[in-house]
Design a protein around this ligand. Sequence first.
Ligand code: AMP
Length: 444
Amino acid sequence: MTFATLGLIEPLLRALETLGYQTPTPVQAQAIPAVLAGRDLMAAAQTGTGKTAGFAVPLLQLLTMEGPKVAANSARALILCPTRELAEQVHASVAEYAQHLPLTTYAVYGGVSINPQMMKLRKGVDILVATPGRLIDLFRQNALKLNQLQTLVLDEADRMLDLGFSEELANIYRMLPKKRQTLLFSATFSDDIRLLAGQMLNDPLSIEVSPRNVAANTVKQWVVPVDKKRKPELFVHLMRKGRWKQVLVFAKTRNGVDALVDKLQGLGINADGIHGDKPQATRQRALDRFKSSEVQILVATDVAARGLDIEDLPLVVNFDLPIVAEDYIHRIGRTGRAGNTGEAISLVCADEVNMLSAIEMLTRQTLTRKTEPDFEPEHRVPDTDASGQVVKKPKKPKKPKTSGGGGKRNLGKWVDSGEVAPAEPSIKPVRKVPVFNTGPRKKK
Ligand code: AMP
């Protein structure tokens, strides 16, 4: 199969050829004809499958061939993305695919001044890429009207819900014309996503390019058990041993990112960090420097790393496991993209056993463990498998309690240390109460 046999017009074929796209990926082969035929789409496609071209290329064709000229302060197609980085990246791809077409494209997101965005929208744009919050701001300030909207794309819809955008999505839904085409892309399909799809889509075609919730099989994954406090040391050891050149590292919290970057920079290692507290320009600069290999190690939180597309990224390291198991799939999806092979290594301490178990259940695989000599953990990481079982060591007989001893560690409950849970008190209470992180995830 070729792009020409999918019925694409010459200016698009030329752009794809320049980009070196020779054959459509599976998601493209299914999505392109469906979008051209005007169908709604519900696509389970993880990052790295070529999904962006899967929706953007046929969308560009429809906008070129049909419909009126875009009116002032209007958009004919809207692509919603969960983060600024993803919005930038999707926009860059759309602009590349549109290079020989008479269409205008633009990206809007928060964290930067709204005025230039309002100015730019005056003439209208054919395709607008946006994050939900900024889109609503622009709409409320009358800088954007949506009555000309033909197509809505929800990219990484699962992530939008994870980031707490469900209210924004409900607001946007009310702003849209009833008659429109809607394309929903999501790496994973939870019940909430299905509910959203039920509200937003009309008789959608379902596309699933890889088994649901299974991580890309081009990525070799394993786990290194280690004590929490020795993770930085182990990371440096593995980095030197493996002669890692370009590594994307995920840490759970903003403080965790900063601490690791400081430690690495202190050792003369070329590292930088991105997280939600840093201004957009700083984040973009760090990302650009990492992409151009000026920075060797980029440490990121999940939110900031969303949407990174780095060609041939060979290695992803989970310095901490993600709080939400689905994020594991997103993280390791940064490597092994477009058919390349990649590696994903997770440094796992005893506190993280439940997260490990959740990941193994979600991805339906038991991750191989490779203990690193000299880094064997003192706090053993209990055995886990894809069934969700956590096999704890047989308990030692209890010693009779003396006065006020600290409660024993309860591996069944874990604490999200950096951002949500209270710090461990220096004087331990007589009875230790487990702390749950049950609140909504913070929007970053
Ligand atoms: P995406 O899943 O949309 O983020 O795309 C992942 C990567 O694959 C991007 O770097 C794209 O430029 C690249 N890509 C997308 N489609 C193709 C194709 N048909 N042939 C080669 N590379 C592609």
